[in-house]
Ligand binder design. Structure first.
Ligand code: MN
Length: 423
């Protein structure tokens, strides 16, 4: 049914070896070029394809889209058309870009008008995010944090195995990959015996997460079931949910994360559709105790997405510090969405759901500095010889992710952000 996913397809646009963006991907993003309005685009190899220009050429006449779905500064209008329309758009794009389709291929005089190199365009935040919710769905991460801050014998709180725990985050400070930001300030309490102080955070951390973007959900009062969840998920991005651990430690009781989390979160520029990820569905972790009926899944609601985190220092030396995988998550996206709406809460097109830090079973797979350097007790040595307990001013954190099987690689590119000194 999803013709765009067929592994044998080849495009007339070149795709370098190990590219995240073969013709089977067809992600969506928003580009900006000098002298042109922001518009919807897709990417193949190192080329970016301007979908507004293709719309004007009549490429999408069979589809229920209008010019302002593509002549747009976010994907929200396009997403309003729903899952089936976006699926058909991917299928039509795939057909247009196939190596044996001459319709666009042989109009070389037009290529400059819709085909750009990816380094010649600016990528904008792809979604106008209405609401942002962050989950806490990695058992390994929740266990590690529990061991460090509470009680090793009772690391998981009693509700954790029953509820996909989450909190409402802040949408206004979600930025696109490549956006630098300043070290946040706030209340910290470096010494347990003394009063808190006002200071720049001394413990800036990253959180390796995936985000998913929703289509319009159901009306207020209705719920989305686990079985229906896929129909309401547009696509996924890489997501760095930056955290200030010292601010977090002092403020989080009793209502949870606040200023430790809302100063900035960074998302990757290309949204990879859930459709494109279907070949990489894998079995979900066995859940024990058995979850309540409304959370029961198909058993195959997880995705095999290889993830990597690196720190690039100001001297441009990069060190890989983590390798993890989205399939490690205990709670699936479908369960998160079902739980989020089970009380009648409505989600809207363009809402962002963060997975929570994705830690795996081994030390090298932990998805935060807090865990990798174990609360500062095991500093990490970078390739330039310097050590890190947390992120230093001038450091750039880069996250990458891709799916790979014998036939095809579907990737997300990267999400990166640089920490600047406090203002
Ligand atoms: Mn988070």
């Amino acid at each position: 049914m999803i013709s765009a996913n067929q592994a044998h397809l080849k495009s007339w646009i070149p795709v370098p070896e190990h590219s995240d963006f073969p013709i089977q991907n067809i992600p969506f993003g928003i580009i900006k070029m000098e002298g042109k309005s922001p518009r919807v685009a897709t990417r193949i190899g190192d080329s970016v394809i301007d979908l507004y220009e293709l719309y004007k050429l009549g490429c999408f006449e069979s589809l229920p889209f209008e010019s302002n779905d593509f002549d747009a500064s976010s994907l929200n209008s396009l997403m309003k058309k729903g899952k089936l329309a976006v699926r058909e758009l991917r299928n039509v794009l795939s057909a247009l870009l196939l190596s044996d389709n001459s319709f666009l291929r042989d109009k070389s005089e037009l290529h400059d008008s819709f085909l750009y190199t990816h380094d010649s365009v600016e990528m904008l935040l792809p979604v106008n995010i209405g609401d942002y919710t962050d989950f806490y769905s990695s058992k390994e991460h929740a266990t590690n944090v529990g061991v460090m801050f509470r009680d090793p014998a009772n690391a998981l709180l009693p509700n954790w195995l029953w509820i996909p725990v989450g909190y409402h985050g802040r949408a206004s400070s979600v930025v696109v990959s490549g956006t630098d930001f300043h070290r946040p300030k706030g209340q910290i309490k470096p010494n347990d015996e003394e009063d808190p102080i006002f200071s720049a955070s001394r413990q800036i951390d990253f959180e390796l997460e995936m985000g998913f973007i929703t289509f319009d959900g159901k009306p207020l009062g209705d719920s989305i079931s686990v079985a229906e969840a896929d129909d309401y998920i547009f696509g996924l991005c890489l997501f760095n949910d930056w955290s200030a651990r010292d601010i977090q430690k002092w403020e989080y009781v009793p209502l949870g994360p606040f200023l430790a989390k809302n100063f900035v979160s960074t998302m990757s520029a290309w949204i990879v559709t859930l459709d494109a990820l279907q070949p990489f569905r894998v079995e979900s972790p066995i859940q024990s105790p058995k979850v309540l009926e409304y959370l029961a899944g198909s058993g195959k609601d997880s995705y095999d997405i290889q993830l990597q985190v690196a720190i690039e220092t100001e001297s441009k030396v990069e060190t890989e510090i983590c390798q993890s995988n989205f399939k490690y998550m205990y709670w699936t996206m479908a369960q998160q969405l079902a739980h989020h709406t089970v009380n009648g809460c409505n989600v809207r097109g363009g809402d962002l759901m963060g997975s929570g830090t994705i830690s795996g079973p081994s030390e090298g797979s932990y998805g935060s500095m807090l865990e990798l350097a174990w609360k500062g007790t095991k500093p990490i040595t970078l390739n330039d010889g310097t050590q890190r307990r947390f992120i230093l001013d001038g450091d750039t954190v880069v996250m990458r992710g891709y799916c790979q099987n014998a036939n095809v690689r579907i990737g997300f590119g990267e999400v990166k952000g640089k920490l600047l000194p406090a203002k």
